[in-house]
Design a protein around this ligand. Structure first.
Ligand code: AMP
Ligand code: ZN
Length: 114
């Protein structure tokens, strides 16, 4: 999608701080980190939000979640714990409408979330 910020990062039109890339998935550091590790894991194909995920996307969503776990493992935060979040639409505070899995860790998280 031409006016999508994360599609522009995927295409290299805007520079991202890339931590992982393959044919289908890109992970990059959040520009405004909320924890010592704050990585966004995104599909390269534009999907607007979790509301737009179809059954044929199940494998791709699995790849996002397993990639987040792999990055957590690499960062040494797996056993201590971390949080993974899809914000969806207004009430969750979604601001970028290209689905992204937040990986947050390196500090204790609070529950319930704000
Ligand atoms: P959400 O509020 O769930 O839609 O999350 C969007 C996230 O994208 C926020 O945490 C922003 O800090 C992050 N963000 C916005 N612009 C950029 C950018 N250019 N590079 C990396 N992360 C970004
Ligand atoms: Zn996009």
């Amino acid at each position: 999608m031409s006016d999508c910020l994360f599609c522009k990062i995927i295409k290299g039109e805007i520079k991202g701080s890339i931590v992982y890339e393959d044919d289908r998935v890109l992970a990059f550091n959040d520009i405004n980190p909320q924890a010592p590790t704050h990585v966004l894991v995104v599909p390269k194909r534009h999907i607007t939000s979790l509301n737009d995920v179809a059954p044929e996307d199940d494998e791709l969503i699995g790849e996002l979640t397993r990639r987040a776990a792999a990055i957590a493992r690499e960062r040494g935060i797996s056993s201590g714990g971390y949080r993974t979040v899809f914000n969806t639409n207004r009430d969750a505070g979604q601001t970028v409408f290209h689905i992204h899995l937040h990986l947050l860790g390196g500090r204790a998280m609070h529950w319930p979330p704000g």
